[in-house]
Design a protein around this ligand. Structure first.
Ligand code: 5GP
Ligand code: MN
Length: 338
């Protein structure tokens, strides 16, 4: 993988371009994909944003979201577009398997592949050019840096700013996590100077759910929460019945894991959701406990030090049992003072 600076010379030549991101895209994935989309179309590129799966309804207000094709919904069309692509941008993921069923098609493609991502241990051999920086708050911040350093900073417009603000804001937990550097605030100040209105973005993301989702959260906190004080750990187990009863859709469970860390003294929060194809884990931590390593070692996942995801093909009961056995090994670490 060459440094992304070497890619800038290719920017102005119109090409067939695909932009993609990880499955079940979050605010940063969708924001970086669409932010880059609004930048690239200005060069006359033919740009198709493809999401490996569907996405949360609370992201569908974003400028350009109607252009995004869901790979699972339109497989034939997407495969054809990927085959014809000359350039493929891979945003907010580090390993190709995070694109789920798109992976073999990306692997087969002869297109020049560009990575922009902030997760640990990227699969460097899969990409021609790339920027990978775990110190960055979000892929959206990296797309902002990419645009500003490209020599075409004049193409930054309000649509781009809106998309990039969304991912920066969601991936920093509302400018709260340690990754929220002075550069993050400078980027946001730049967006504000351009006329960005941030309040509607927060409302679109956080005040856009069904009554049923709120009741689901209530019952999950009441009946599905297990606090393991000896390990400073809180966990939540969501079964299929809950998902059906409350008509839970993609994105409705996002953020639920953060409630676990609001309990005083809790260092590790873990939630497992019984999805059709897998048991999906989300891990969050405070301080030195590294959930990226934890997810990698025990639950086929990864991510960042304080936020990671994983999966299991075991039954819900089995995977929960495994979690409770595994954290036993970390008792000392979870009882440290930092
Ligand atoms: P979430 O719990 O919200 O699904 O994921 C938390 C963070 O970990 C996000 O930055 C997400 O992109 C990343 N992540 C989730 N699952 C995986 C995985 O299986 N592998 C890697 N490398 N990162 C993941
Ligand atoms: Mn991200």
């Amino acid at each position: 993988m060459q440094a992304i600076q070497n890619f800038y010379a290719l920017l102005p030549q119109p090409r067939k371009v695909v932009i993609t991101t990880h499955q079940k895209p979050d605010g940063d994935a969708m924001g970086s994909m669409l932010g880059l989309y609004h930048f690239l179309v200005q060069f006359g590129h033919d740009v198709v944003p493809i999401s490996p799966t569907n996405w949360a309804g609370f992201l569908s207000w974003m400028p350009g979201s109607s252009q995004v094709i869901d790979f699972e919904g339109k497989k034939e069309k997407c495969i054809e577009v990927i085959q014809q692509a000359e350039l493929i941008f891979c945003l907010d993921f580090n390993v190709l398997h995070r694109t789920k069923n798109m992976e073999p098609h990306l692997q087969k493609s002869k297109a020049v592949k560009v990575l922009i991502d902030h997760h640990q241990q990227p699969q460097e051999e899969a990409f021609d050019y790339g920027a990978s920086d775990t110190g960055k708050s979000s892929t959206c911040e990296m797309v902002y840096d990419f645009i500003m350093a490209s020599g075409y900073a004049d193409k930054l417009n309000l649509d781009i700013a809106t998309c990039l603000y969304t991912g920066i804001m969601t991936d920093t937990g509302g400018f709260r996590f340690p990754s929220t550097t002075a550069s993050v605030h400078r980027a946001v100040a730049h967006f504000k100077e351009m006329g960005l209105e941030h309040t509607p973005i927060h409302e679109n993301i956080y005040d856009n759910f069904s009554e049923s989702r709120l009741r689901f959260i209530g019952q999950a906190l009441l009946y599905r929460l297990d606090v393991l004080y000896e390990y400073n750990t809180a966990m939540m187990v969501i079964n299929k019945y809950d998902l059906m009863k409350y008509d839970i859709k993609t994105g409705d469970t996002e953020g639920l894991v953060n409630y676990l860390l609001t309990i005083q003294g809790i260092k590790l929060g873990a939630i497992v959701i019984d999805r059709d194809e897998e048991r999906k884990w989300s891990f969050r931590s405070k301080g030195s406990f590294d959930v990226n390593v934890f997810a990698r070692n025990h639950f086929e996942g990864g991510g960042h030090k304080n936020a990671a995801g994983g999966r299991s093909s075991d039954s819900l009961e089995q995977t929960v049992k495994k979690f409770k056995q595994v954290i036993h090994q970390y008792e000392q670490e979870l009882n440290k003072n930092n």
